[in-house]
Design a binder for this molecule. Structure first.
Ligand SMILES: [Zn+2]
Length: 83
């Protein structure tokens, strides 16, 4: 499965992080959570705030299906419009 589950299962994230030992101790910059709008056949996620479908760079941004977990201001603004 190419999908990140860290936003759903924090425990799974901890287990996965164990493999990337060189990242230990580095400051964690908060990455914005976009609302996933579309998914490509390759498993790439395009966020709600993209005017044209684009691939998310998971090094600097994340996505979620849970509206209450979205932190991207542009996605939040679009969610307001949709409501
Ligand atoms: Zn967004």
């Amino acid at each position: 499965m190419p999908y990140r589950k860290s936003d759903i299962h924090p425990e799974a994230k901890s287990a996965a992080m164990g493999k990337v030992s060189e990242e230990a101790g580095l400051p964690v910059t908060p990455r914005p959570y976009h609302l996933a709008k579309m998914i490509s056949e390759a498993g790439d996620i395009s966020p709600l705030c993209a005017t044209e479908p684009r691939k998310l760079d998971l090094k600097v941004e994340l996505w979620t299906n849970r509206r209450e977990a979205v932190t991207c201001k542009r996605c939040l603004a679009k969610m307001q419009v949709i409501k």
